[in-house]
Design a protein around this ligand. Structure first.
Ligand SMILES: Nc1ncnc2c1ncn2[C@@H]1O[C@H](COP(=O)(O)OP(=O)(O)OP(=O)(O)O)[C@@H](O)[C@H]1O
Ligand SMILES: [Mg+2]
Length: 219
């Protein structure tokens, strides 16, 4: 069995609307970084929202790491799925420092473990001395790195990225791409990356999947 598997997912946003996904299936191995591309409106963000538990499919099964997240009789709540997310317009909490942003999802750890994990994450993003700063005091790329650290800190079993570079300029994008690849490899993360940019998939992904609502194919 694959590490992550979606089987026969069908989903629509409501009566009178066409289904966005129809019998969609995919499999991902542990540690794989899979790119998801496709035309605008093709259902990429919807797919990630379903995997994260923010939408409920009408039918289908989602399995991860030997656990059923969704099937006919089962729906695991988003906060219990062990899935990290960075979405298109996902910003840091502006009233919290870098450290507080990263610590946000670590409530279950003891004080000492929290501090240790914070240091690990700051070092992963190479921002050891930035913990006390606020998001508005950082560059766009630095903010993005903190967003990655916040998503990775609770050790998710799967990381979902939806156009994580869309707000960055071209130059910054190139360096962040390299950073992201390094961070994903360093943390042995399994990852789905939605992007419309072929340079992103070429630089980061092990393989690319084309999603066109009703049909998908591996390229
Ligand atoms: N909250 C919503 N309510 C109703 N319809 C929606 C909603 N969100 C998305 N849709 C519709 O579902 C379809 C798929 O949208 P989705 O956002 O998943 O596409 P996408 O592949 O992420 O597109 P893009 O590349 O532009 O981000 C579109 O037709 C869209 O209009
Ligand atoms: Mg989208």
């Amino acid at each position: 069995m694959s590490y992550f598997e979606a089987r026969g997912i069908t989903f629509g946003y409501g009566t009178g609307r066409e289904d966005v996904l129809e019998q969609f299936s995919m499999q991902v191995e542990r540690g794989e970084i899979v790119g998801i591309v496709g035309q605008s409106g093709g259902g990429k963000s919807t797919l990630l929202r379903i995997i994260a538990g923010l939408e409920t499919p009408r039918s289908g099964t989602i399995l991860m790491n030997g656990r059923t997240l969704v099937d006919d009789g089962c729906f695991i709540q988003p906060e219990r799925r062990g899935i990290g997310m960075i979405f298109q317009d996902y910003a840091l909490f502006p009233h919290m420092t870098v450290a507080q942003n990263i610590l946000f999802g670590l409530n279950r750890l003891s004080g000492k473990q929290r501090q240790q994990r914070l240091q690990e994450m700051l070092s992963l993003i190479r921002m050891e001395t930035y913990g006390r700063l606020y998001p508005h005091e950082l560059s766009g790329g630095q903010q993005q790195r903190v967003a990655f650290a916040r998503a990775l800190a609770p050790r998710p079993e799967l990381l979902l990225l939806d156009e994580p570079f869309s707000s960055l300029d071209a130059e910054l994008k190139a360096s962040i791409r390299t950073e992201l690849k390094r961070m994903l490899l360093a943390s042995d993360m399994t990852c789905l990356l939605v992007t419309h940019d072929k340079e992103d998939t070429a630089a980061i992904c092990d393989r690319v999947m084309y999603l066109n609502g009703k049909q998908s194919q591996v390229q």
